[in-house]
Write a protein that binds this ligand. Sequence first.
Ligand code: COA
Length: 259
Amino acid sequence: MPYQSVTLATDGGIATLTVNRPDKLNALNAATMAELGTAIDEVIRRDDISGLIVTGAGRAFIAGADISELATETANSARALAIEGQRIFRRFETSHKPVIAAVNGFALGGGCELALACHIRVASEQAKFGQPEVKLGICPGYGGTQRLARLVGKGRALQLLLTGETIDAAEAYRIGLVNRVVAADALIVSATDMLRLILANGPLAVTACIQAVDLGLDMSLEGGLALEATLFGLLAATDDMREGTKAFLEKRPAEFRGK
Ligand code: COA
């Protein structure tokens, strides 16, 4: 479908979703947010897409929610905005296809929150991260208070949330906010290489890992272990498991079919 504020391109099973409002540093206005929702639904639905890279056009990844729109929100409308944004970002997080954020520049506010909702984050050396909402008199509304603390720990999350300070890619890597930092011109290649590594594996197994980590993090250890054992058993009944183990024993690459 045609998009105005994002682009969605596919190449060899990998889709690249680019937020494309570079003159506003890709700030998330209502139209852009809606298109992100439509685009992730399209990615999840299309059989010719196996994995997704999310990035931004120009010098920013996403510089946050569009402040010109935020300025007119009321208590009710802001709550509804947060709930809808959280729903859209949760679609990225629960995608059964792997999603990598390729963070090319400013990832502030909602931009940092979208990166947090992706499964893995690769950052350019020029990337900058922060949750500056408190400087506007608000708190994050698209999951930042929850996902940041889960990813980097309570103390580091609170430091970022309470100061609103921006950190560079090296610091983001040091605290575990990003998985890898690369030169700016190597960003998409690096994210694509990582995605291809993932896509060479059994797709059902990859999905099971995403689900087990996503659901398990909010369960008791007992519950998470039970979930893992169930998924492990289900995967052992698949053709892909037969193929994966057979290929290893025959010393050849596996050819997974997702069945
Ligand atoms: N919402 C709306 N517009 C935004 C925006 C946002 N979150 N972030 C940047 N823009 C716009 C600017 O208003 C400017 O538009 P203009 O050229 O029409 O005036 C354009 O994008 C370029 O931004 P500018 O501030 O001139 O670039 P900079 O390099 O001087 O500063 C930032 C970059 C990211 C430090 C600065 O834009 C910024 O602080 N943005 C807001 C970040 C934020 O608070 N996000 C959380 C929102 S909840």
